[in-house]
Design a protein around this ligand. Sequence first.
Ligand code: SF4
Length: 338
Amino acid sequence: MTLVEVKNLVKHFPIRKGLLSRVVGQVKAVDGVSFKVNAGETLGLVGESGCGKTTAGRTLLRLIPPTAGEVFYEGKDVMKMGGAEMRAMRRKMQIIFQDPYSSLNPRMTVEDIIGEALIIHGLATRKERRGIVQDLLERCGLSASYIGRYPHEFSGGQRQRVGIARALALKPKFIVCDEAVSALDVSIQAQVLNLLMDIQQEFGIAYLFIAHDLSVVEHISHRVAVMYLGRIAETATSKELYANPLHPYTRALLSAVPVPNPKARRERIILEGDVPSPINPPSGCTFHTRCWLAEDRCKTEVPTLRKVEGEHWVSCHLVDIEKKALVKDGRVLPVLQS
Ligand code: SF4
């Protein structure tokens, strides 16, 4: 069942200059993104820094206003909700931030940080709050005795667990995990990922899991969407995307994922240059300035997101839908092997 549906979401940030703050351009951070998240599933949203994935996550939660587009939660248009309705909606849609250092108020105790929302939403008295926060701490692998501690008394992994407990306090059905494990050491990342998966199984929460690391996303996601310069390049079930990536950008990202076998060598696709500026994105396919397969039409024709099969959609002129393959000059380009 679809829980959250995003339709043609657009977020442009105006660039202002001069004494009169005239608008002289737009940063096209998100440029027409659509996806669905089903109840109890994880959709991974991946791409390089600056591709717009964090902006998409925050815009769909209305933490920043969209330029255009619609977001539906259980069929209700989130963007059209008034104050009271939106406050109620905030209980159902939460966020875990990337940086466990800056996302927790250093002057508040853990009890206040996790329990603040319970008081704001009138879900518990101050007395009841203590017990609820202690339960949440234990559920997130922390001792209930930490309730009076301040954020600086925790390690990075523990702080992120506090952030998760805070997100869970209102019993949400949907959480945006915005690079939630990116700032953690690899061993701690695994613990926090496992915690998120346990919580999902227990409470049936859906995640939009935003990350730039494809190996992390593979571990946790049922489906994956790959973003490039504010648009979706490819989306598929996790299994399908890793077995048969079709978009050249997805193939390049996957070629950089380390292989566990030390003897195995994977052919690497090295992308030249940085992601172009979203102020003035390239014409046609926005990836053409870095794509080693680009043809003349890629510079002028914008590829549309086309269905390959099932949940697999891709936005590239060279994908042959019937063959379900990337084809250049009549030759099928095989997936890189390890
Ligand atoms: Fe590369 Fe052209 Fe496909 Fe874009 S449309 S990914 S430039 S081959």
